[in-house]
Each structure stands twice: as structure tokens, then as C-alpha cells.
Design a protein around this ligand. Structure first.
Ligand code: TRP
Length: 354
């Protein structure tokens, strides 16, 4: 039984500044996955239009995410880094998927409900179709593994549903053309054109919470800049934000049990652990019984150690937008070649004349 070759794909929207949560939760994982996988990392600029059409700083935002990818250690030569709009095949496959996905499936998407809010009539059609474009991003490369946050799990399940329906509806076209690959669906071997994508959700990534409220996720849309550490923050800003981070008056516990009901302490210990590549238990065995007046300076040193080089490299890269654009163009070209191969096969399976 042949199988789909493992291929990692993920995307980041070019909206708002990247922060520590994005770095620890996504980008650092992307970097680690390069070691043993073929990876495609995409700045999903077309997705950025779904919530807001006009972005004065679109180009800068695209370059800034790209700079963060490169500064964090993603290798754009061994792997592929590009922005989505350079490969129109994403939009083309998304159209086909709009005709595969059922309205009932889309209506279950909780992110659409959250983002559209009360005034659903005024949400863009693009916001509604967003998960279909996301499925196309992944499947236009027939990628198999997708590192994402917990909040994207439902979208990946939708991508599997779309892949499955396409495979079943076109089964009689896929088999004679020999374009599919045998996959196992439960115990059944099935000849399928699109793979069943797997989310890569766990790993060392913690949920990074706001520095001002340990019960809220660190977010680029929080009005207080003190609530988050941005990847573009310099040493001084990082120190200030950690110094001012909310805590409680107690000393740190010696065991993780003791972090229960102390969301701010839990968050800072979690951030320390993630930055140091240790477990929370390890961190507490070192700092248990210590006051925040001791822990915070240690956290500042560590955060600056890890983030300052990335920050400096991002700034250096942002001074040469021509270089970033060349990286994106090169990645776009290589991505397009792969995506066009898929689209030709999809056109043949559907029966479009070409
Ligand atoms: N929806 C993802 C997010 O907001 C971004 C995204 C778009 C994506 N297309 C993707 C992630 C494809 C993984 C794979 O985080």
C-alpha cells in the first residue's frame, strides 16, 4: 500500500503584530518540524481580507510575518516560504471546495460565529467561506500534517470532511485515472485523491495568557500593549512588561498542584518553562518558595536571551524588503509548480477540458 508522503503545511495571517503566544505556540513548532519533514509555511494574505477588506499596511504585515519566520530559523531554501496570493491555485481549489462543502457544515463553525458576532448579516461572504480556503491551502499540496492551535481543530476536521466527500464523490474518476493513493479509512483501504490531514496540536506549546489577566489568551487585539510581549519588542520593552505583569502576593509553589487557582503565576511559570524548554515541574523545583521579586528578573533574563536575537534579526531583515520579497517570490514559484500539478489532476478528475 502506497501512502501519502508526509508533508507539513501551516499558515499565519498577516494581521497585527506577532507576539510571544504566536512564537511559542506556532512559529517555534514550525522551526522544529523542519528537522524531519518537508514543510510549506504560508503567509495567508487572502485570509486577511475576510475580517477587514482594506489594510493600509498589508505589504508591511506580510513582510513582517516572513521576517519572523526567517528570524526564528525557518529555512526558505530547504523548505517553502511564500505568501498565499502568489499562488492563485489556492483560490481556484477553494472554489471547487465551496461546491463540495455543505452549508450545514459551514454553519457549525464556531470561529465564524465568534468573529461575525451579533451582526452576521454584515459579515463578508469570505469570512463564511474562510475554512474552505483553508482546506484548499493545505490540500492543494496534498499536505498531511498541519501544526495549528487548538482553535483551528474544527477547521481541520472540516478539511477532512471536504477531502472525504471529494474522494467519495469522484471515486469513479479517481480510480481509473490512477491519480489517487491508497489510504486507510478505519480498517478499509480506500483509493483517495486527497489525504486525511492530521492536526499537530500538542508538543511543548503552552497556552500563553495575557500578562494582565491570566484567564485571557495573549492576543494581538488586546487594547493594552502591556498584556503581551511582541516579537518586535526590544529588551527594554520586554523587561518593563514582565516587571509590570500581574501576579498575586504569594511565593511560588514547589509543585504544579499549587498553581491551581493562580492563573497569573501559572502563566508566568508556563512561559518560563516554554522558553527554557523545561516542564513547569522543573521550573518550580528551581523556584518553589521564591517570591516574584526573584522569579521575574530570572524570567526577564531568559526572555531577553531567547527573544532579543530574533528581534534583532527581524529588524535587520525588515530594513531590506527587497530581500524578503525575493524569498517570497522564490517560494511562490516553487509552491505554484506543485499546486498547478494538483490542479491539473483535479481538473482531469472533474472532467474540465484543458
Ligand atoms: N486559520 C489559521 C489561523 O487563523 C490560519 C490558516 C489559514 C491556516 N490557512 C491555513 C493554518 C492552513 C493552517 C493551515 O491560525
Amino acid at each position: 500500500m502506497t501512502e501519502f508522503k508526509p508533508l507539513v503545511f501551516s499558515g499565519v495571517q498577516p494581521t497585527g503584530n506577532l507576539h510571544l503566544g504566536n512564537y511559542l505556540g506556532a512559529i517555534r513548532k514550525f522551526v522544529a518540524l523542519q528537522e524531519n519533514n518537508d514543510c510549506i509555511y504560508c503567509v495567508v494574505d487572502m485570509h486577511a481580507l475576510t475580517a477587514q477588506l482594506v489594510h493600509e499596511d498589508m505589504a508591511t504585515q506580510i513582510r513582517s510575518i516572513t521576517a519572523a519566520f526567517l528570524a526564528a530559523g525557518i529555512d526558505p531554501e530547504k523548505h517553502i516560504v511564500f505568501n498565499q496570493s502568489q499562488v492563485p491555485q489556492h483560490a481556484e481549489l477553494a472554489w471547487i471546495f465551496n461546491c463540495v462543502a455543505r452549508i450545514g457544515w459551514m454553519n457549525r463553525m464556531t470561529q465564524f460565529k465568534d468573529k461575525a458576532g451579533k451582526d452576521r448579516e454584515q459579515a463578508s461572504l469570505g469570512l463564511y467561506a474562510y475554512p474552505s480556503l483553508m482546506a484548499a491551502d493545505i490540500l492543494v499540496y496534498r499536505a498531511t500534517h498541519v501544526p495549528v492551535g487548538d482553535d483551528q481543530k474544527q477547521h481541520l476536521e472540516l478539511a477532512r470532511d471536504i477531502a472525504m466527500k471529494f474522494n467519495m464523490d469522484f471515486h469513479d474518476k479517481i480510480v481509473p485515472t490512477g491519480l489517487g493513493i491508497d489510504i486507510k479509512v478505519g480498517e478499509e483501504p480506500v483509493h483517495a485523491y486527497f489525504p486525511m490531514v492530521e492536526p499537530l496540536i500538542d508538543g511543548p506549546a503552552p497556552r500563553v495568557m495575557s500578562l494582565k489577566d491570566g484567564t485571557k489568551k495573549m492576543s494581538k487585539s488586546d487594547p493594552s500593549d502591556l498584556s503581551r510581549i511582541n516579537l518586535m519588542d526590544d529588551q527594554e520593552a520586554i523587561s518593563k512588561k514582565i516587571r509590570k505583569a500581574k501576579t498575586d502576593p504569594d511565593a511560588l509553589p514547589s509543585e504544579t498542584e499549587g498553581l491551581k487557582g493562580r492563573p497569573e503565576a501559572d502563566n508566568l511559570v508556563g512561559i518560563f518553562a516554554a522558553l527554557a524548554d523545561k516542564s513547569k515541574a522543573d521550573v518550580l523545583s528551581e523556584f518553589g518558595g521564591q517570591q516574584f521579586s526573584v522569579f521575574k528578573p530570572a524570567l526577564i533574563d531568559l526572555a531577553v536571551d531567547v527573544l532579543a536575537p530574533i528581534n534583532a534579526e527581524m529588524r535587520r531583515l525588515m530594513e531590506d524588503p527587497g530581500h524578503i520579497d525575493a524569498v517570497l517570490r522564490d517560494g511562490g514559484e516553487r509552491a505554484r509548480t506543485r499546486a498547478e500539478k494538483t490542479m491539473n489532476e483535479v481538473r482531469d478528475i472533474i472532467g474540465f477540458v484543458r
